[in-house]
Design a protein around this ligand. Structure first.
Ligand code: ARG
Length: 422
């Protein structure tokens, strides 16, 4: 496949070529080429939409779709072709390839549409797929946690608050606390996918489409369940990307907290867990060391994910309504954060699944008699000891807050009964 040179999507009113450094600066193909499968899908749906309103003939649509199929097949066969491309962005790449295949007909597909709606549509499709793939990865990770809980049923441990021994708990209870947090992340991913699930095609550059195209049909063709409501908003809205980044930040933050627990538990002072060799590294200096690097790196990489969320929030803050070129900055951070969280989940799944719990150490810590102080106090109350010292007890029962009738005695709760010495 070859590309026509000097076939920019814009430039009719320009007398001078762009400054070479600025030209390189404004290009996005190096990263938005990741949207190619979605761009091809949108192109197919748009060709049909133009056919339905009589802009493309049946033969033109057949030829256009066949050319799109050939381009897709060539890209699958030899993805390295993309490396030599001089395309400005993913939209330009496909248009150039279509013109190469079809001559002037290749340009006709862009009738009545704008890159502003194209990029928003492609990006939404990417986020919907990405959220679904991370839901699968998250389920695999949850499975590893649940397996560990099940294999260690009945193992006690010292539950901590403020990192101080507090009360005895079960290891399975502790592991399921982590599982609970990750199950909320699944809900967040679902929310992000639902937020992306609206098709902007038909919004034009910002003011809509004058050809009467059937927006619902395009949405259906692309697998969206609804269309966006306002064309000005649709080209400038990146809330779905924020929602996805927030879901990623949730997963990363929860992974980081779990990693912190495992790093501490792997220390000599705790010795609660024995990490597998497969997910640990050694020291170049100290031969005795086995370092919990898998968990440390999971904790460390969380910073980048939070950074991507804050980065996009900062880009969006202060943007005028509708499309602005700043929005091109939405993709790199989100792509990188998605890839990173996918890797973190896969490593965490292996590291958790292969960790051994040192039941003796856990049991020994849980046997510290001080951990039962609360149970001893509860026992005394169950036996009738007052929780309110007799000297502090009110001489007359106080009314309940909000009680209407005055001068009525209030029944005491059984827990507040004065102890009867027996
Ligand atoms: N590459 C752009 C982006 O990622 C899409 C192109 C829209 N460009 C424009 N000048 N309106 O947002």
């Amino acid at each position: 496949m070859t590309e026509r040179k000097d076939d920019r999507l814009w430039g009719g009113r320009f007398d001078q070529a762009p400054d070479a450094r600025f030209d390189a600066f404004q290009r996005s193909f190096a990263f938005d080429r990741r949207l190619l499968p979605y761009e091809l899908a949108v192109d197919r749906a748009w060709a049909k939409a133009l056919q339905n309103v009589g802009i493309l003939t049946d033969v033109e649509v057949r030829d256009t779709v066949a050319a799109l199929d050939r381009i897709a097949a060539e890209l699958n066969a030899d993805p390295s072709f993309l490396n030599g491309s001089t395309a400005e962005d993913v939209h330009h790449f496909i248009e150039s390839a279509l013109v190469h295949e079809l001559g002037a007909l290749g340009w006709k597909l862009h009738t009545g549409r704008s890159r502003n709606e194209l990029v928003a549509t492609d990006f939404r499709l990417f986020v919907m797929d990405a959220a679904a793939s991370l839901q699968r990865a998250l389920s695999a990770f949850l499975n590893a946690l649940l397996q560990q809980a099940q294999s260690n049923l009945g193992v006690p441990m010292a539950g901590m608050t403020h990192m101080q021994h507090a009360q005895p708990i079960l290891l399975s209870h502790f592991l399921l606390a982590h599982a609970e947090a990750f199950s909320r992340d699944i809900t967040r991913l679902e929310h992000a996918a639902a937020s992306a699930d609206a098709c902007p095609m038909g919004s034009g550059a910002l003011a809509g489409n004058s050809f009467g195209i059937d927006r619902d049909a395009i949405a259906r063709d692309l697998g969206f369940s609804r269309i966006t409501a306002n064309s000005i908003d649709a080209v400038g809205d990146r809330d779905f990307a924020l929602d996805y980044l927030f879901a990623l930040t949730g997963i990363a933050t929860h992974l980081s907290r779990l990693a912190e627990d495992f790093v501490i538990f792997a220390s000599q002072e705790f010795g609660y867990v024995i990490l597998s060799d497969e997910y640990s590294t050694g020291s170049s200096l100290m031969p005795q060391k086995k370092n919990p690097d898998s968990f440390e790196l999971i904790r460390g990489k969380t910073g980048r994910i939070t950074g991507a969320l804050i980065g996009l929030l900062t880009t969006l803050k202060g943007l005028p309504t509708s499309y602005q070129r700043d929005l091109q900055e939405d993709k790199e951070g989100l792509f990188a954060a998605h890839d990173q969280v996918a890797d973190m989940l896969s490593i965490a799944t292996g590291a958790v699944a292969t960790t051994k719990f040192n039941v003796e150490r856990l049991r020994a810590a849980a046997s510290n008699a001080m951990l039962f102080a609360t149970d001893a106090a509860d026992y005394l109350v169950h036996r009738g000891l007052s929780t309110v010292p007799r000297s502090k007890a009110p001489s007359r029962p106080r009314p309940y807050p909000g009680e209407r009738r005055r001068n009525q005695s209030v029944p005491q709760s059984p827990n507040c009964k004065t102890a009867s010495p027996n």
